[in-house]
Write a protein that binds this ligand. Sequence first.
Ligand SMILES: Cc1ncc(COP(=O)(O)O)c(C=O)c1O
Length: 393
Amino acid sequence: MTDHWKPRTKAVHHGTRRSQYGETSEAIFLTQGFVYDTAEQSEARFIELGEDEYIYGRYGNPTVRMFEERIAALEGAEDAFATASGMAAVSGALMAGLKAGDHIVAARALFGSCLYICEEILTRYGVNVTFVDGTDIDQWREAVHSKTKLVFFESISNPTLELIDIEAVSEIAHKVGAKVIVDNVFATPVLQSSLSLGADVVIYSATKHIDGQGRCLGGVVCASKEFIRKTLEPYLKHTGGALSPFNAWVMLKGLETLDLRVQAQADSALALASELEGHSAIDRVIYPGLASHPHHALMKEQMTKGGTVFSVVVKGGKEAAFRVLNALDIMIISNNLGDSKSIATHPATTTHQRLTTEQRANLGISDGLLRFSVGLEDTDDLRVDLLNALKKV
Ligand SMILES: Cc1ncc(COP(=O)(O)O)c(C=O)c1O
C-alpha cells in the first residue's frame, strides 16, 4: 500500500506494474488483445474479470490501468477510468447515468464542447437542462429539485477564470440526491482537490497539464469504485472511448512531473498577472491569484495557488488583441493550455466562436479578451515578450 506516500512520490511510483524484465520505466503494452492459457480461462474472464486481468483493449489495458491507478491515487479517488480525450470523459460521465426525463443543472460558463453536450445532445435525448450563473449559490439552490440527477461545472472556468464554491454547491446537490461532477482541468489535481471539497466525480482533459507538452489527447474520470465500475465502465467500454496504451504511457510519464510543472507555471502566472495589472494598454487583468479577482477569497479556501492561466482585456477590442498576438515572439498563438510552451488565445474568434454575440457577452468574453496559458519558459523572458507585444495596442 502506498497510501502514506506524499503526492510527488505517488506521481512517480504508484500503480507501476513491472513485467518479467524488470524495466525501470513503465512498459507500453501496445496490444489490443490478450492470450488465454486455456479455453476455461477465457470463459472465466468473460464471466468476471479479476484484478489485473484483461480481455480486450477497449475494456482495459495494463498501461492504461497504471495511469488510472496513479491519477486516482493523486486525486484521492477510489478508482478512475481513462478515455480517448477530455470530451470522451465529460460525455461519458454525463451520459452514462442519465435517462430521458432526468434533470441536470450546469453552470453557464462551460468550455464550448461541454456546453454543446448539455445544450444540444442531452436535451435531444429528453434530459432537461437548467443553466445557472455558477458563481451565484442562490441560483443553484433554486434550480435543483427531486428529478435533478447531477450538477456539472468547471472551477476555474474557461476563459474568464471564475471560481465556483464546490463545497456549497455539493451541499445543495446532495440534499436532493444529485451527484456533483467537476471539470477540474484548469485547477489541476495539484492545486485543487475537488473530491475532498464534496464533489463526487472529477474529470480531466489529460491533453492539458497531465501530458503538459502538447503531444497526445486523453481524458480521465475519477470517482468512487461504484460509479466507475457500475455506471461509467459499462457505458464507455461499449461506446468505445478507450484511451490508447501509447497515450496512456505519455500521460503516466506526464504525471511524474505534474506537480513540479504546475507549481512553476502557477508561480510564473502570478508574477506575470501582477506585473500587467494597471498596465495602460489593459482594461482588466483576470487571475484568481490576484487580490483584485472577485473570487480571490474562495481561491484561497479551495485552491493552493491561482492556476497556470490568466486573461487580460486589452483596450481597443479585437484589432488591438490581434496586434498583441501577432507581436508575440516567445508565446505561441494556439488554443491548448497547460503546455510547457506558453500559449496565447483569442477566445472570441477561436474556442468560443460558436457562441452567439449575446452568449459571449453574458460570459464576459469580449473582443479584447486574451487568454494566456503560462508555460515553463523563464518568467523574465515572458514578461519582456508580453510588455513588448502590448506596445502594439
Ligand atoms: C475545461 C475543459 N474541459 C474539457 C476539455 C476537452 O478536452 P479534450 O480536448 O481533451 O477533449 C477542454 C479542452 O479542450 C477544456 O478546456
